[in-house]
Design a protein around this ligand. Sequence first.
Ligand code: NAP
Length: 303
Amino acid sequence: MENLVITEIPVPDISDNEVLVQVKVFSVNPVDIKTRLGRGHASRLKEYNPMILGWDISGTIIKTGKSVISFKPGDDVFGMINFPGHGKAYAEFVAAPESHLALKPFNISHEEAAAASLAALTAWQVLKEKFKLKPGYRILIHSAAGGVGHYAVQMSRYLGAYVIGTASEKNREFVLRLGASEHIDYEKQNFEDLLTDIDFVLDTMGGNYIDRSLKVMRCGGIIISIPSGASEFVKEKAKEKGLTGDTFRVQSNGKDMKEISDLLQLGIITSHISKTFTFDEIRAAHQQIETGKTRGKIVVKMS
Ligand SMILES: NC(=O)c1ccc[n+]([C@@H]2O[C@H](COP(=O)([O-])OP(=O)(O)OC[C@H]3O[C@@H](n4cnc5c(N)ncnc54)[C@H](OP(=O)(O)O)[C@@H]3O)[C@@H](O)[C@H]2O)c1
């Protein structure tokens, strides 16, 4: 944690296709912690000094580059900036490409918007691009109460799927309220003893969750494994069983953020924020994610 320090740096310059955002709230994801610990995206970002962590912001545009046409100063925007590059989101001012942002819905807070960036985008891109989820499909979502999982449950339900979510008993009601048809308490039950004919698995755990998940899938099913490192054999393992397996990495994308913005504005998805930290409490925010037990999202408020 010693390498996580607060310091003063100049306000960033913007290029022609960027906007300068005064950040109101940013969100914290497991990849931030992995990167701080020298894993995650640390090797890609190691030449930056200081390395500014974070990718998820919600805030107000105070300046636009010459080529920017979608936004103007004063607009409230949110998004996942420059992922998997250097997002620099843990800051008062962020230079953000126009193409990574969407307007913040007028009827949600900056907290709810910042939360719905990397985690919501991951869920949305996997469901839309990898699964092409349609009504009636049976989807198993691991860590259904977590950052990615709690959006994935709501989105899958909206897309008409039959949703089964794993979480501990204390999150049972939460997961069912999000729209899951079934909750499996992973501490008391082995999901592979209970399930069959699963079309899609969103694997947030990796490791032996891959082998166990493959046992419950129907012929032709697809498993997407999102934890980096823990998922390297998913393709081969799935293929051995005649199934499709793949890893996935979320990409910054303003068009997808606009779709998420619409889902938020219409109340089709909501962000569950279990705790809001101040900037001075950033280390405590990292410690919370490190528990692996965060319900929904945590965010950090700049002022
Ligand atoms: N590839 C990508 O583009 C991408 C994008 C986003 C995230 N990720 C990765 O995906 C993983 C999940 O991210 P996240 O933001 O959702 O994490 P998170 O919010 O920290 O996940 C916390 C949740 O995990 C649940 N959980 C813990 N152990 C579990 C188990 N054995 N079975 C089921 N649920 C369990 C907890 O529920 P209980 O308290 O009920 O146990 C808690 O609600 C991380 O490794 C992250 O780095 C990858």
